[in-house]
Design a protein around this ligand. Structure first.
Ligand SMILES: [Zn+2]
Length: 533
């Protein structure tokens, strides 16, 4: 800060020296002085944006609010001393260095481009970005192009000045190195904590954070832990997760991050080994999706990569009860995901009209067929799946009928192969005829004739076998013109049908109501393309 002011004062004192010298000598230096003066851009009263950020990867000992407040005070002091006009404050806490995960930085870059400010005030040049080289390049290039200066309490940078640019790049290079080091140190710290039985993540339901000496760990929250025990006991005694969720909600239990317990929330608790006093670390990792869209993808690590330790925190349920619950869960679970064949041709399309959630096909306990159920317990009554599928198919069929389809032309390669095979067969037949002539004219002995005939026969058999394997040509060419997309439904598997519906339909809203006069189910179909295709 003082450096900046000294620098400014110095340039002005130089100017005054010029003036004094000029007024004494009256040389022709006046135009030069004028141009010099106009090039000295006064830093004070510059329209400035303030950028503050705190990374989760630093100052573990310090709380986020403290750091940001301290930084803000320093910057405000700098702004006052340099007489900057603050025209916007951008403040964020970032957990990664990815530019696209830093909404405030993106907003700042947009504003810089739009010419909102002439300078950006920040704690350190590396506060602007320590991400990848290319992303840092994006940030610095945007500042440079807009002619926006970077002001820190230590120094002001003008990126259009080559020296300043070099210096900035060098500094960001070291910042990246430092970040790498911090990350490594953090990871080691987390690993050690987990190995010592400490717990670093957010406290799960039933627990709250505490410290055992220096080690972060958990302690039981008795009000919530009672519900956790209830969940394990009820499930082990044969109750289903929806019933458990409904019971908990009726008791007035509140999960931490949502309004009410759902089937899924109960399931997550029942599966979490933390309740037996175990700590599992490195269970999953997060992939940040590239590009502009924010968001993470969770990936479950292999079991060999997990670090499982005996935690320092007390257990809420016994290992024996936990094992019983897991055993019952395994017995009831149906294979899911990629290994299973799709059953519901409308999978991913039918949504609950009440809450907008996806309706799921669930099997009936003791009868064939299934029913569609909204994921939110008690949101809307379920409806029979095969009735729903029939209704939807009947509603959509006329649309498919209006889409004419040209069946794929026969493969020219197959046609050529067929031609060659037929030709070979013809040649064999001529050879067979010639065999008889050779026998009759006494050139072949009967034994030789038999052997030759057997070889030819075997060859012919092989040929006809290959002919059979060729795909059949369309046997009725004039039928082609009446093919429609509806024909694709014949004999289509649910997965194939699903692909068809997904192309045609955007979503299907299912309204299911149980009134005094019976159960009413209605659907509202939103198409992807217009109905008169
Ligand atoms: Zn619903």
């Amino acid at each position: 800060m003082t450096g900046q002011i000294l620098q400014k004062n110095f340039s002005f004192s130089v100017t005054f020296a010029f003036f004094r010298w000029y007024s004494r000598r009256e040389t022709k230096i006046f135009p030069a002085v004028l141009s010099y003066l106009s090039s000295v851009k006064e830093v004070g009263s510059m329209k400035t944006c303030m950028y503050l950020r705190k990374s989760r990867a630093e100052d573990l000992s310090d709380s986020t609010g403290d750091t940001l407040r301290r930084h803000r005070e320093t910057l405000e002091e700098t702004a006052r001393a340099m007489q900057l006009t603050i025209c916007g404050v951008y403040e964020e806490v970032v957990s990664g260095e990815d530019l696209y995960a830093r909404p405030e930085m993106l907003r700042l870059l947009r504003d810089v481009k739009d010419g909102v400010c002439e300078a950006v005030l920040c704690m350190d040049i590396d506060r602007l970005g320590r991400g990848t080289m290319s992303q840092q390049g994006v940030i610095l290039e945007t500042f440079k192009e807009a002619g926006v200066r970077i002001i820190t309490p230590q120094k002001t940078y003008d990126l259009r000045d080559e020296m300043d640019e070099d210096y900035t790049e060098l500094q960001t290079f070291f910042a990246r190195k430092e970040l790498k080091l911090i990350k490594k140190r953090m990871r080691r710290g987390v690993e050690r904590t987990a190995a010592d039985g400490g717990y670093l993540a957010n406290a799960p339901y039933g627990y709250e954070k505490t410290r055992a000496g220096r080690l972060p760990t958990l302690k039981i929250r008795e009000d919530e832990a009672a519900y956790v025990r209830q969940m394990f006991l009820s499930y082990a005694n044969g109750e289903g997760t929806p019933a458990i969720a409904a019971f908990l909600n009726a008791c007035g239990a509140h999960p931490r991050r949502s309004e009410a317990f759902t089937r899924g929330a109960v399931m997550n608790i029942l599966r979490n080994p933390v309740y037996t006093g175990t700590v599992i670390w490195n269970r999953r990792r997060f992939l940040r999706s590239g590009g502009q869209s924010p968001g993470c993808r969770k990936i479950e690590n292999n079991r060999e990569q997990w670090v499982v330790t005996h935690g320092k925190h007390p257990a809420i349920v016994t290992q024996e009860l936990f094992d019983r619950v897991q055993a019952r869960m395994r017995a009831r679970s149906k294979p899911s995901g990629t290994g299973r064949e799709l059953v519901n041709p409308f999978a991913g399309l039918i949504r609950c009209a009440n809450c907008g959630g996806l309706m799921q096909l669930r099997p009936r306990a003791n009868r064939p067929g299934g029913y569609l159920l909204c994921e939110r317990a008690g949101c809307c009554p379920s409806c029979d799946f095969s009735d729903a599928a029939d209704t939807l198919r009947n509603a959509l069929r006329p649309l498919l009928r209006r889409i004419p389809i040209q069946p794929a032309a026969p493969d020219p390669c197959d046609q050529k192969r067929e031609y060659l095979l037929l030709k070979a067969e013809k040649r064999l037949r001529t050879q067979e005829g010639r065999l008889c002539t050779l026998l009759e004219s006494g050139i072949y002995s009967p034994a030789l004739y038999e052997e030759r005939r057997r070889i030819l026969l075997a060859q012919r058999e092989k040929l006809s076998e290959q002919l059979c394997r060729l795909p059949a040509a369309p046997d009725n060419p004039q039928r082609t013109k009446d093919f429609t997309a509806e024909d694709a439904l014949d004999g289509a598997s649910p997965a194939e049908e699903n692909r068809l519906w997904r192309l045609l339909v955007r979503s299907i809203l299912c309204r299911s109501e149980r009134g005094p006069d019976g159960h009413h189910v209605s659907f509202e179909i939103q198409l992807r393309c217009s109905p008169d295709v």
